[in-house]
Design a protein around this ligand. Sequence first.
Ligand code: HEM
Length: 201
Amino acid sequence: MSNYVERFSTRERVLHWFVTAAFITLVLSGLGLYSRLFTGYFDFFGGGANAILFHKIAGVLFFASSLLLFFSHGKEVTTFDEDDREWLAGRGGYLSRDEAHFNCGKFNPGQKMFGIFIGVATLALGLTGIFIWAPLAFPRWLVQLSLLVHGLTFVLAVMFTVIHVYLATIGNPGTLEGMLYGYVRRIWARKHHPKWYREVE
Ligand code: HEM
């Protein structure tokens, strides 16, 4: 019996890394639009006008691919059961020194909430992005509200993504393998997602 078990298909992994590349492009090209402090980042794109062009293209690609990613695991991230409620009541074990034993399915509730947040944030960023893209075609108040919502959602998305990257790498060794190669160690699956492991066994 192999020591590994399949976690993500090639399609899921390509989609995830495509979303990540679009997200990084959006952050780098958008920071200078967010505050003058970051206009130095425009140099990555050969100036401000180019950065805006990159932001628009990456925005459309991120919108489409992120929604696809959401719908590819939509059912898993939007259903919470009794075991998830236990996980939430115990804060996932993150605030305790004791070894936590939770009966998690494919994704734990923290991951589910992150998945739902990214889905909602994608809609909010995409919708407000349309109003900011063609400001003269919409009422002034709508464009100004959109700038506020776009900026706030951006800050939250970056914060939660930094936490996501930490937990998917240094925080939980062995997790990244699944998104890189498609397979995780059985011992990892049994420890972090026992209910899912029993299902795929
Ligand atoms: C260098 C950056 C990133 C790394 C290293 C990374 C790593 C990972 C890994 C290893 C998983 C699988 C977790 C598991 O098997 O339990 C995962 C899942 C996921 N990632 Fe990322 N990721 C990155 C960036 C992003 C970005 C930018 C987004 C979206 C904006 C994103 C959205 C997701 C989603 C929605 C999932 C599904 C499970 C969940 O909700 O946590 N990731 N990521």
